[in-house]
Design a binder for this molecule. Structure first.
Ligand code: CO8
Length: 379
């Protein structure tokens, strides 16, 4: 019976863009932009008509967020004080889209690690914060580029930073229901494309990356090492504290085009205060539902937005300060990569776990949205 089919994670993949920007480089270009702006507006600033801009600081960024560097698709444009944005040229329709390329590269690695062929994949879910375009769906382009089962299906879904965990639950449900036996969930994130590099409060937060997760029926995977999905839980609660109002109706309201809210904007302090207790409570409740104890939780691969948030969440769940081994971070090198963050943490820090070890993949972010996925290693 289809209800007996168990979904498992058979492999993950990661594609990291080649260019890294350190905090020092980013702050240096931001501060040169500030100098140029203040010089250009000196008279208006003097007259009290325009507010002078304030420099950014490496020390603040690292202390407030834990971020030390980020990978990006294009470095030159971001670091040029006269541009302050990545420059990623448009591609002809006949070429693979740049965002799809990140997903395809990560997906190929996941398939290789699982020992599977693209033709084995029945469904592709592109779960990410932003899509390349309105349509056709990126997932369908990725399905075609990989050469997946042509009898299968593909679609996009966006739950901001929580897209990957929402994608995992959706894929697991498809496997349980018998709609697909192998599902690729891909998370291409070019966060630099929707970050305001002129905004001191947020210019340091995000980076670019692609991740992929292969979710399959346990009998397809057989005795190869994999992760049993013990349970998934999703939660959403509306908030205006993280927004991006870019969208197709901008065209109909020219007065708003180019305004700050058409890029990422947030009330970071409020997000911090509201999301930490919400996520900790959700994890603890989910653990109880599954009959799991904190003492049996070997590792937490938390969403990578802020090191201090993760320290607080992990501490509430475990009942003690988490070690790097219990709650690894990738924020120092990748920064916040939205939906991909917890998957990078899992991908880079899960091979050392042994059979029977239990862990948690957890995401949280705009919406608000949060997702928890408890997994157990089967070796
Ligand atoms: N350099 C120096 N000083 C600074 C800087 C800077 N760059 N920025 C702010 N300051 C100063 C402020 O002016 C303030 O000074 P004062 O105390 O004198 O007024 C002081 O530092 C403290 O400012 P904040 O209160 O803003 O600083 P916080 O300690 O709260 O840290 C953070 C700011 C790091 C942003 C923190 O609040 C945070 O990480 N919050 C959580 C945010 C979060 O998790 N958001 C999730 C967003 S991601 C998501 O959901 C996905 C969206 C889709 C992807 C979008 C891709 C682009």
């Amino acid at each position: 019976m289809s209800s007996a089919i168990k979904p498992v994670i058979s492999a993950t993949g990661l594609y990291t863009p080649p260019n890294s920007i350190t905090n020092e480089e980013l702050v240096d270009s931001f501060n040169r932009y500030v100098e140029l702006y203040n010089a250009e507006h000196a008279a208006a600033i003097e007259a009290g008509e325009v507010a002078a801009l304030t420099p950014s600081s490496v020390e603040f960024i690292e202390k407030a967020s834990g971020i030390k560097a980020r990978f990006v698709v294009n470095k030159d444009g971001i670091l040029d004080p006269s541009i302050m944005a990545p420059r990623i040229p448009e591609r002809p329709n006949e070429e693979l889209s740049v965002l799809a390329e990140l997903a395809v590269r990560a997906a190929r690695q996941a398939l290789e690690r699982a020992g599977r062929e693209p033709m084995d994949v029945d469904a592709v879910i592109c779960a990410a914060s932003n899509m390349q375009r309105a349509y056709p769906a990126m997932a369908i382009e990725i399905q075609a580029a990989l050469g997946c089962n042509p009898e299968g299906f593909a679609f996009d879904m966006n739950v901001a930073c929580s897209s990957a965990t929402f994608g995992i639950q959706t894929a697991a449900d498809f496997v349980r229901a018998g709609h697909a036996r192998s599902v690729l969930v891909v998370n291409p994130e070019i966060c630099s494309g929707h970050l305001n590099f002129k905004d001191r409060d947020s210019h340091f937060i995000f980076g670019d990356v692609g991740t992929a997760i292969l979710i399959e029926a346990a009998d397809v995977v057989g005795d190869k090492p994999h992760w049993e999905i013990l349970g998934t839980k999703l939660k959403t609660q509306f908030s205006n504290n993280i927004r991006n109002n870019f969208g197709f109706l901008n065209h109909t309201a020219p007065e708003g085009i180019g305004a700050k809210d058409k890029l990422f904007v947030q009330e970071g302090r409020k997000v911090f205060k509201e999301v930490v207790p919400m996520v900790a409570a959700m994890i603890i409740e989910h653990m109880e539902t599954l009959g799991l104890e904190a003492s049996g939780l070997r590792r937490m691969w938390l969403h990578q937005a802020n090191a201090n948030m993760n320290r607080l969440i992990a501490g509430k769940v475990l009942g003690h300060e988490a070690t790097e081994d219990e709650s690894p971070t990738v924020l120092d090198t990748y920064a916040n990569t939205s939906s991909a963050g917890s998957i990078i943490a899992f991908h880079k820090n899960s091979d050392d776990l042994g059979a029977g070890d239990t862990g948690l993949i957890c995401s949280f972010g705009a919406g608000y949205s949060a997702g928890s996925v408890f997994v157990r290693k089967v070796a």
